[in-house]
Design a protein around this ligand. Structure first.
Ligand SMILES: [Zn+2]
Length: 253
């Protein structure tokens, strides 16, 4: 885990990694056949020099607080996580502008929350799966549509707070899947009796049971990261630098 150090008056942070004392490889464009050159630098020493005699403190990263706006595989994504000094909470924004740049960290005094943008069923996946599984004889179009319409109606009665989140890895960090609750399941099955009769009903019931736990009947929620900044006090604290209590890191000689 990274160690986070905050310069209190400047409100800047440094994230120490186990590697930050190692030589860094820097990309040099157009210099084939050796496009990388080694740069020996100790970023932490640079940080300490820049903030000489400033009081510092260690921040503790809050577990499970990482969120990101883009898929995990995206190298230039912006991520946020929460950290605390024991008294105040902070949001740390981690980003890199270009793939060949080191990660940057920005400290935001405040907090973030996830705002629900959309809550929906997966219509295309449901139709595809119904056609695949109930194909002897295939379901007529009007029944497929009636099923979708019914499931949309069920969705409207659901409070997302009562649902169980599916922990499976989504490729996108802000897309979360939920399993429909028992009450909604009963409502769906009861109304399916209006659309499907006899053997057809038995098949759709079996389909629903097969697909509701981890299949196409999962409900999909899309969230947005909302950052709430606390009032800044940086300007006022600067003149009384010496009065701020903090830790001192000493530069290497
Ligand atoms: Zn400083």
């Amino acid at each position: 885990m990274n160690q986070l150090i905050r310069c209190i008056p400047c409100n800047e942070i440094f994230a120490r990694t186990p590697y930050d004392q190692w030589p860094e490889y820097e990309y040099v464009s157009g210099s084939a056949p050796e496009p990388y050159r080694t740069v020996k630098k100790d970023e932490f020493q640079v940080f300490l020099k820049h903030h000489r005699n400033h009081p510092m403190e260690d921040l503790e990263i809050l577990e499970d607080s990482f969120v990101s706006e883009k898929p995990y595989s995206e190298p230039t994504k912006v991520s946020y996580f929460k950290a605390t000094n024991g008294k105040e909470k902070f949001v740390i924004k981690r980003f890199r502008k270009r793939i060949d740049e080191p990660l940057s960290y920005q400290l935001i005094q405040g907090d973030y929350s996830l705002k629900l943008l959309r809550f929906e069923i997966q219509p295309e996946e449901i139709i595809k799966q119904l056609k695949r599984e109930l194909d002897n004889p295939p379901l007529p179009e009007h029944q497929l549509e009636a099923f979708l319409k019914l499931y949309q109606q069920v969705l409207k009665t659901i409070d997302i707070k009562n649902l169980e989140r599916i922990p499976e890895d989504s490729t996108h960090p802000l897309e979360i899947y939920y399993k429909m609750d028992e009450v909604s399941l009963a409502y769906l099955l009861r109304n399916c009796r209006v659309i499907f009769k006899g053997q057809e009903y038995n098949e759709i019931e079996a389909f629903i049971h097969r697909q509701r736990e981890d299949g196409v009947l999962l409900l999909k929620a899309i969230y947005q990261i909302q950052i709430v900044e606390a009032a800044q006090s940086k300007k006022e604290t600067l003149p009384i630098l010496h009065a701020i209590e903090g830790k001192k890191y000493v530069e290497k000689k």
